[in-house]
Design a protein around this ligand. Structure first.
Ligand code: ACM
Ligand code: ZN
Length: 698
């Protein structure tokens, strides 16, 4: 009988979950201050949860505890004296309204004794977080006795989901919002518009959803990359896509708000607007869809259109920030468009970057006049940053640091750490993802405020951190969850925990939480089966050309310079991704053309060079690789030429060029030609040995 009571005691994890043996040590994000005490509190059906919250706050929390914890709330004027599970709010309504932007107001104190649970906070948000900690402490209806004092490090702890490249149902989004709440995230950045399809009903412009929300097929590679791109009317048989009605949006906003998560909409402008240009071609420079992704920023009609869209957006989303995108505008057609050129002349704008700034400034004025703040990707800093704009730093961390230094609020979302669409393990064994390699430890170890910035404007203007998941190559809900978890947990800890205890400690807790997520029906990546980094990258490769000087007959690209001229003989081989500074990238028509000076005439028996191949980043295995030697550095003799024959459409591989033979020379030249113009070649080391090595692993 007793057993039955225990089993019917509700799992506090998720409504559908089976409770798991998770000890207090496994909380993510780790609380600021936690003391484990002796004993357990036993939760059962009869446990009465009382609170002094009133009105809407009571209603919202009651609905949450009733649905998720299966325990309705009871009102008590003085809960400290009643009930066994007490939620005591000590602050004012004004403080409650400010909680999203204040770490202090999001804090809570929790005490669990064998007799009861008490959570105290200044705001309902704080109480909610205390409740999440209780949920994490629970095991089979029993809660470890603890004392916790906790406040977050940053007020902004976000997740962006791209709902344009693939469309995600409301239920799926709610499920992820539940997990966000559980790990104390508080901003859902909803990427609602992009070339993949427009996803928000706009009453004034129905063609956005009638024409711009559906496409002829789901698969991104074929539809977008192979230039088979066609949008279609929503009633076309077999059309892929969808959109959220305004009622759907209100439902998501409400659902998130009841979990103390603010939804920030993103309406992309003026780039990434292919679908808008399709639905309303008159808003482009050329008037022709499929020929540009940008809106025409010279036409007044574009401003009117976007202001009307933003009006409806603001009516649906109460968030302080409205995200206007601003990234990766092509700015190509603006250079010849008479309307764009006219605006540039009239406003004395020196280039198209300034033209984009001009557009962004006007959008900012409009948003500010409606009591909102503009948030945009870091490209909005090019030209001139709008005076009150906040910046989301994605192309690394530098833009965020620069924006904060000039007193603009920033959210750090650097792609190399926080883009969860990147591979998290050996790409050759993983479901298709995007080309970087962002292992869990990399996400975890990113520190948004490096030591040298303590006390600086970076600290002052840093709102917080955000993970993003772009869904070009993610079409299935299970795949998206696989990319999110557990890396999202690492971000949650960085966003919340002031004194992080290091990756090893975090990883142990993440393993437990992955199990927990799986039991709750989330398809998390199985951390216990992680293979880890590319073997070759784990130690220095010793070889005869190590530290020998390299002459570049063709240049590497500045953006992918890695360690510069020493990269190809420094013994450091690349990991699975090309963004970590070990792979060197070449885009010039000369491809790779490098000469290693061995210092003296040397026996050359074994040469190896790896090339990365990553289709969607236009990084291809070279079409030919030529190996040459020379005694004088001028007259080269070709000793090998190969054509690897790798199809450019191969998703991902590392092509291992190898030559074995018997040659002599002081200079070793490797020349690798690109398959096509504007395709990249990436390589990481020229390995030369005087004797044949049995393997290329150093
Ligand atoms: C972005 O990844 N283009 C923001
Ligand atoms: Zn134009």
């Amino acid at each position: 009988m007793r057993k039955k009571v225990l089993l019917s005691a509700v799992s506090l994890l998720f409504a559908t979950a089976v409770s798991l043996p998770v000890a207090a040590q496994n909380i993510i994000p780790q609380p600021e201050n936690i003391s484990l005490m002796k004993g357990l509190f036993k939760l059962n059906k009869g446990t009465k949860i009382v609170t002094n919250l009133r009105g809407n706050d009571f209603k919202v929390l009651n609905q949450y505890t009733s649905e998720v914890l299966k325990h309705p709330l009871a009102y008590a004027k003085f809960p400290s004296k009643q009930g066994t599970f007490r939620l005591i709010c000590k602050g004012t309504a004004q403080q409650a309204a400010q909680a999203m932007d204040s770490v202090r107001l999001q804090g809570y104190e929790l005490e669990v004794t064998p007799k009861g649970i008490t959570i105290q906070a200044l705001t309902p948000t704080g109480l909610f977080y205390g409740l999440q900690t209780v949920r994490q402490l629970e095991k089979d209806g029993q809660i470890a006795c603890v004392k916790v004092k906790d406040t977050p490090r940053f007020a902004y702890r976000g997740l962006m989901i791209d709902c344009s490249r693939h469309f995600w149902t409301k239920d799926f989004l709610k499920k992820q919002i539940d997990a966000m709440a559980y790990f104390k995230l508080d901003r859902f950045h909803w990427h609602l518009t992009d070339g993949g399809g427009w996803r928000m009903e706009v009453k004034k412009y129905p063609r956005l959803t009638d024409e711009g929300s559906y496409r002829t097929q789901s698969g991104w590679t074929k539809w977008w990359m192979d230039n088979d791109r066609k949008y279609c009317h929503k009633n076309t048989p077999g059309a892929y896509g969808g959109y959220y009605t305004q009622e759907d949006i209100k439902e998501i906003v409400r659902y998130a708000a009841s979990r103390h998560i603010e939804v920030i909409p993103e309406i992309e402008m003026p780039g990434h607007s292919d679908e808008v240009v399709y639905a309303y071609p008159e808003l482009s420079c050329t008037g022709k869809p499929y020929t540009q992704s940008d809106l025409c920023v010279g036409k007044e009609a574009t401003y009117t259109f976007m202001e009307n869209v933003l009006k409806e957006t603001m009516a649906l989303f109460p968030s302080k920030y409205i995200h206007i995108g601003g990234d990766e505008a092509e700015r190509r057609t603006w250079k010849t468009c008479p309307d764009c050129q006219k605006i540039m002349k009239e406003n004395n704008l020196k280039d198209v970057a300034e033209l984009q700034s001009h557009f962004t400034h006007r959008m900012e004025v409009f948003l500010n006049n409606h009591g909102r703040k503009l948030l945009g990707w870091d490209e909005i800093m090019e030209g001139k940053l709008a005076p009150n704009a906040a910046v989301m730093s994605w192309r690394g961390t530098e833009a965020g640091i620069e924006a904060a230094t000039s007193k603009h609020h920033v959210v750090m979302a650097p792609q190399q750490f926080y883009y969860l669409n990147m591979y998290q393990d050996n790409p050759m064994e993983q479901p298709k993802a995007q080309g970087g390699y962002t292992r869990l430890d990399k996400t975890y170890n990113y520190e948004p405020i490096p030591a040298e910035y303590k006390g600086s404007n970076l600290e002052k203007y840093m709102d917080g951190v955000q993970a993003c998941v772009w869904t070009e190559f993610i079409a299935e809900p299970s795949h998206l969850e696989y990319m999110l978890y557990p890396r999202l947990l690492a971000l949650a800890e960085t966003g919340w925990t002031k004194k992080r205890t290091g990756y090893d400690n975090f990883r142990k807790r993440a393993v437990v939480n992955v199990e927990r997520l799986k039991r709750a029906g989330y398809n998390a990546f199985d951390l216990s089966k992680e293979k880890g980094s590319r073997m070759e990258s784990r130690s220095v490769t010793l070889h005869e050309a190590l530290n020998k000087p390299v002459t570049y007959l063709g240049r590497y690209a500045g953006k992918y310079r890695a360690e510069g001229d020493s990269t190809l003989t420094n013994g450091l081989r690349g990991d699975w991704g090309y963004l970590e500074g070990r792979w060197q990238g070449f885009i010039d028509s000369t491809g790779v053309d490098v000469v290693v000076d061995m210092g003296q005439v040397t026996d050359i028996r074994d040469v190896r060079v790896d090339f990365m191949h990553l289709y969607e980043s236009v990084i291809y295995t070279p079409v030919t690789i030529e190996l040459m030697v020379s005694d004088n550095g001028k007259d080269f003799k070709t000793i090998d030429t190969v054509s690897p024959g790798i199809k450019s459409s191969e998703d991902y591989l590392v092509y291992p060029y190898k030559w074995k033979g018997d040659a002599k020379g002081r200079y070793v030249r490797v020349k690798a030609l690109s398959r096509e113009k504007d395709a990249w070649i990436f390589t990481d080391e020229i390995i030369v040995n005087k004797i044949e090595r049995s393997c290329g692993k150093g």
